[in-house]
Design a protein around this ligand. Structure first.
Ligand code: SF4
Length: 453
């Protein structure tokens, strides 16, 4: 048997939570005999970590796997492995849909991955495939410690910290609880250990992720919506972390104590990602969000009043069954008033197993797409006005990439990595991971231009 390393190429699709799963899988391979490659062709095995959240994401996952299977047919890779949410959602029928896949790894701690990859690469005594066809494996159920010691796929100075897994809510459009189960928060001391470990590796920015981060700890005995404040306080004390960013907040568990924490804690970024989904009460009720518009308005008002220059990001879903023209106009009026700094807008996808699946009042796709375009056109104007108002100001910018020609790319405290905008920097001494003061000189679409002050 050859001693050469087995080359693995990993393609991670979907959201940051899936990326953390990919990082856990890579962490399992530390002990060898594996090498990672960014190029699928020529690798021994390609792993596709899939997303199964909504139709378009599933299509992208399946197309990516099919592309990898074509590489296998041409002899450019030995094996193809499919992992992640799509496996959890569709299970065995996926093997019929994708013949040629060597193994399916279900959502787990991925402790089986090294063995499975060795078998596929022909480096194990057991055969690559059972008589029944593809291998179905994964590992043990995840525990609070499963994310410790994972590999980092983001830029070295920024990392995700997954604080919980699963969700107790039952939003009527959402399949996530079907895939990832009910909420399991990771205990505070484990999160502090994980964050300190990441800081020791040179990470300066942590983005907190989970299905509903503001509900963190409600399954560990903390009062609903209050645990997150305590967690932020503990993470704030960790040496070396400059920005702690809260993603996936939910207005239903957003408490006044959190507004104070964002205002007062030094390393907590003045930034909140709070998907509100809609701005009409009837639609929100049908979505089973549990948060009337007035409550969302109140949180936005409180944050803006307490935290100067806070950046608010949200996600909107259009085309939900029963979204009449009038209800959509209510959404537009709400967005005009709330003026979120960042916004993503998606078209409703009818998902089997969710409680909105059988709702009447379907919105035709072209109408829903037109509405999405109107939301994004409004948002472009809001973002442009906001960016123009920043010209002349000096802002802290974390440098992500530095060229050797005195230019670089960075982000302000108001920009989450890989999600929000960038700052195009010019100046001396730019080094990735450092924070510089940039004087904003102009705008470029959603981005800013700045020189180092
Ligand atoms: S809060 Fe709602 S939308 Fe978010 S993961 Fe839970 S069920 Fe899905």
């Amino acid at each position: 048997m050859s001693d050469a390393p087995i080359t693995i190429s990993l393609i991670s699709l979907g959201c940051p939570k899936n990326l953390v799963d990919s990082e856990v899988l890579i962490g399992r391979l530390w002990d060898g005999p594996f090498d990672m490659s960014s190029e699928p062709a020529g690798s021994d095995v390609v792993v596709v970590n899939t997303c199964g959240f909504i139709g378009p994401a599933r299509d992208e996952s399946i197309e990516t796997v099919e592309e990898m299977l074509r590489l296998k047919e041409r002899g450019d890779v030995k094996g193809v492995v499919v992992a992640g949410c799509l496996v959890a959602r569709l299970g065995a029928p996926l093997a019929e849909r994708l013949p040629g896949v060597d193994a399916f790894l279900d959502l787990s701690d991925y402790s089986d991955a090294p063995d499975v990859l060795r078998r596929i690469a022909g480096r194990a005594s057991s055969p690559a495939r059972s008589e029944a066809g593809a291998i179905f494996a994964g590992g043990a159920e995840k525990t609070a410690e499963s994310d410790l010691g994972r590999g980092i796929l983001t830029l070295p100075h920024t990392a995700y910290l997954r604080i919980s897994e699963g969700c107790d809510r039952k939003c009527s459009f959402c399949a996530i609880p079907l895939i990832r189960g009910t909420q399991r928060s990771k205990p505070l001391e484990i999160l502090v250990e994980e964050a300190a470990q990441l800081a020791g590796l040179g990470v300066r920015e942590l983005s907190l992720v989970g299905e509903e981060t503001t509900a963190w700890g409600s399954d560990l005995g903390y009062a609903y919506g209050e645990g997150i404040t305590e967690l932020l306080g503990a993470l704030d004390d960790i040496e070396g972390i400059d920005w702690i960013r809260l993603l996936y907040a939910h207005p239903g568990s957003f408490r006044p104590s959190l507004v104070e924490a964002i205002r007062d804690l030094e390393s907590v970024a003045k930034y909140v990602d709070m998907p509100v989904q809609h701005g009409d009460d009837e639609v929100l009720k049908a979505m089973k969000r549990g948060t009337p518009v007035e409550r969302i308005r109140g949180i936005v008002r409180d944050l803006r009043a307490a935290v100067p220059f806070v950046t608010l990001r949200t996600t909107i879903l259009v085309g939900f069954p029963g979204e009449t023209d009038e209800r959509f106009e209510n959404l537009m009026a709400f967005l005009e008033e709330a003026r979120f700094d960042r916004l993503g807008c998606f078209v409703y996808s009818r998902e089997e197993g969710t409680s909105s699946y059988g709702l009447e009042g379907a919105v035709p796709t072209e109408v829903a797409e037109e509405r999405r375009d109107r939301v994004m056109t409004l948002q472009q104007r809001i973002a442009r006005e906001r960016n123009e108002a920043l010209v002349g100001y000096e802002l802290d910018v974390m440098v992500d990439v530095a060229g050797d020609d005195g230019t670089g790319l960075g982000r302000t405290e108001g920009d989450a990595p890989q999600i929000d905008s960038a700052v195009h920097l010019t100046g001396e001494g730019l080094a990735p991971g450092s924070i510089v003061v940039g004087r904003v000189t102009g705008t470029a679409g959603y981005d800013l231009e700045a020189t180092v002050a």
